[in-house]
Every structure is written in structure tokens, then in C-alpha cells.
Design a binder for this molecule. Structure first.
Ligand code: KG4
Ligand code: ZN
Length: 337
């Protein structure tokens, strides 16, 4: 089964061809990071315009690399929620046009499920599992059972974890996106140098605004006093607190649900400390941790094809195939897909 995947929910225009939910024949990504860098974050209108400009060429490159044509496709999969609405609509309209013109069924895919299923392309995943979704827009703990049903156990009450990384990098004048920069800077810092608050949030919910504000206040105070400080120490202290929060809650959820598998998904799954620390703590409980390779961590269309494969095999009957009325949805809890 060949599935053409299309992803345009944020600032990457991506088209992929995946065979049987596993074999990635191509996964072309045109990133707009260089364009949005100038503004310190993604500008929705600019993102949509670039998707329109690039999507046809990205698809052609993807088909060429896979050595296939549109007529070989069994399904077209497209991200329809959640995301920037104008950006989503570019991918959806493009997918609908192909679906109609070539008479290929259209599968609507939830972006966060795409992130989770990226793990299934590379690992033998044993269900049930706890999924930690960490991206620029989301921080959620989700339970995934053997029937591939999702249950959201908790999420952030304020900033997403990637968003707080981006804000911390911005206040330090380090550029965008902040995650990889802060991650790298932390290697040379002392995580115990600056004390970071521990949020008092119950259950599996998160709050990162207190930690973020602590960083901003520290920087402002030092600058006002004209004192020099170590950005490395600050990055390391921030990262250690954030990673500790994520690990504690994820392990607690895994133990409560009695699962033996944890999946990390989303852009922040690329974080070296999170990968290392969560794997270490999970191992102490005999729990296996999977995370995608770097190329599959950030937004890409291969994960959308993979998620479509599982939706076709396990999803609710009425939601598998979309008609030409398919619309984009900016915000949608994972269970509603
Ligand atoms: O999943 P993604 O590509 O886009 C969204 O759907 O949001 O995630 C992007 C986010 C950004 O906030 C970026 O700073 C963060 O992932 N990120 C990282 C790392 N690499 C990317 N955060 C921490 N450490 C990293 N190594
Ligand atoms: Zn994403």
C-alpha cells in the first residue's frame, strides 16, 4: 500500500511516499525557518504563501525520489488539524485537488498522531504505551491502547515546552528556533548554577510559564545591575528543570497505567537531555523508551503517511476517508479525531 503524505500545518512544506506504513520511499521537506527567523517566530500569513509557492515542486521531488507517479498511490493523507488554519488549508486544498483529479481516496490525519506514529516507522512498538508529545505548540501525555485508541491524560496549562525554549533563546538573543540552540549551550553549563522554580501542577498537566519567567527575570536583573552571567549555566539550569518535569510526569503516567512502552514525539523529542534522562529513568522500571530519529522529530510528511496507514487499519470507520468538504481545524483534542 502506497500513501502520499502531505504536511503544511506550520512552517514546513512536506510531501512523502511511504509503503505499508513502514518503508519511507521519500520524505521531502522545504523548511521556512530561514524566512521566519527574522521575526523570531512563525508568521502565519507568510507561512501560507510559501506553502502555496512550494508545494507542487516538493511533491514532484518526492515522487521522483520514490520513483513513482501519482497513479501508483493508493491513498492521499493530509494533516487537517491542529495547526495554523491558513497553512493547513493549503495542504488540504492541494490534497483534495489530487484526490478529485486522480480519483484517489483522501485520509485526514491529526498532526499529533503523526508525531506519535513516526515512532512506528522505525521501531517495533509494543502497545499499550504512554506518549509524551512535546512540540512548539503542544505538551501532552497521551495513553495509547492496543486498539490504537488515544486518551489524553493531561497537557500544558500555559506555554508548550518548545515555545518556552524558543522564548528563553529569544531573551538571550540567540535566534530561532531556540530548542536546538539551548540544548547545545547546556552541554557547557552547570545545571545547578541557577535555581529554577518547580511548578505546582497536579495530575498529568504541565506549566512552563514559571520556569520561563524565572529565566527572563534573571536575565533582566543581571542586565540592570550590569553584571555578566553565563548563558551556558542559565541554559543548563533551565533545561534540567524542564526535562525533570517532563520525565517525572511521564514515568508516573506509565507506572499508573502499567505500560512497558513510552514514546516521545514532536520537535522537542530531538532534545538530547530528554532522550537520555527519560531512557535512564524508564529503564529503572523496566520500561522501554522509543523516540524518532532526528529527521522524523520535527514536522514532516512521512509521519502523516504512517499515521494514515494506522488510521485505515484501526481507526473509526466513519472517519477514515474524507470527502471534498474536508476543512482544516486549528485546534482539536487528540480523542476527537
Ligand atoms: O514539532 P515541531 O517541529 O513543530 C510543531 O508542531 O510545533 O516542533 C518545533 C519545536 C520548536 O519549539 C523547537 O524549538 C523545538 O521543537 N526543538 C527543540 C529541539 N529541537 C527542536 N527543543 C528542545 N531541544 C531540541 N533539541
Ligand atoms: Zn509538529
Amino acid at each position: 500500500m502506497l500513501i502520499l503524505g502531505i504536511e503544511t500545518s506550520c512552517d514546513e512544506t512536506s510531501v512523502a511516499v511511504v509503503e505499508d506504513g513502514k518503508k519511507i520511499l521519500s520524505n521531502k521537506i522545504s523548511s521556512q525557518i530561514e524566512i521566519h527567523k527574522e521575526y523570531g517566530g512563525v508568521v502565519p500569513e507568510i507561512a501560507s504563501r510559501h506553502h502555496i509557492k512550494n508545494i507542487a515542486a516538493v511533491m514532484q521531488e518526492s515522487l521522483d525520489e520514490a520513483g513513482v507517479g501519482l497513479d501508483d498511490m493508493d491513498y492521499i493523507a493530509v494533516t487537517y488539524a491542529p495547526g495554523l488554519i491558513g497553512a493547513l488549508l493549503v495542504g488540504i486544498s492541494f490534497a483534495k485537488a489530487i484526490s478529485y483529479g486522480k480519483n484517489i481516496p483522501l485520509v485526514p490525519v491529526h498532526h499529533l498522531k503523526g508525531h506519535i506514529y513516526s515512532n512506528f516507522a522505525e521501531h517495533e512498538v509494543k502497545l499499550p504505551a504512554i506518549c509524551l508529545i512535546v512540540s512548539g505548540g503542544h505538551t501532552n501525555i497521551v495513553y495509547l491502547n492496543e486498539e490504537h485508541r488515544f486518551e489524553n491524560l493531561g497537557g500544558t496549562l500555559d506555554d508548550a515546552v518548545g515555545e518556552s525554549y524558543d522564548k528563553v533563546a529569544r531573551v538571550l538573543g540567540l535566534g530561532y528556533p531556540g530548542g536546538p540552540i539551548i540544548d547545545k549551550l547546556s552541554y557547557n553549563g552547570n545545571p545547578d548554577a541557577i535555581s529554577m522554580p518547580e511548578p505546582k501542577v497536579g495530575g498529568y498537566d504541565f506549566s512552563f510559564s514559571g520556569v520561563k519567567t524565572a529565566v527572563i527575570n534573571y536575565v533582566n536583573k543581571m542586565r540592570m545591575k550590569g553584571e555578566v552571567f553565563s548563558p551556558e549555566d542559565l541554559a543548563a539550569s533551565f533545561q534540567e528543570r524542564v526535562v525533570d518535569i517532563l520525565c517525572k510526569k511521564t514515568i508516573a503516567a506509565a507506572l499508573e497505567k502499567g505500560v512497558k512502552t513510552i514514546l516521545i514525539a514532536g520537535g522537542v523529542a530531538a532534545n538530547s537531555a530528554l532522550r537520555r534522562e527519560l531512557s535512564k529513568r524508564a529503564e529503572e522500571h523496566g520500561i522501554e523508551v522509543h523516540y524518532p530519529s532526528m529527521a522524523l522529530c520535527t514536522d514532516n510528511a512521512a509521519m502523516i503517511s504512517v499515521a494514515a496507514y494506522y488510521k485505515l487499519n484501526y481507526g473509526r470507520e466513519e472517519g477514515k476517508i474524507a470527502d471534498l468538504g474536508l476543512n482544516g481545524v486549528a485546534s482539536m483534542p487528540i480523542e476527537e479525531d
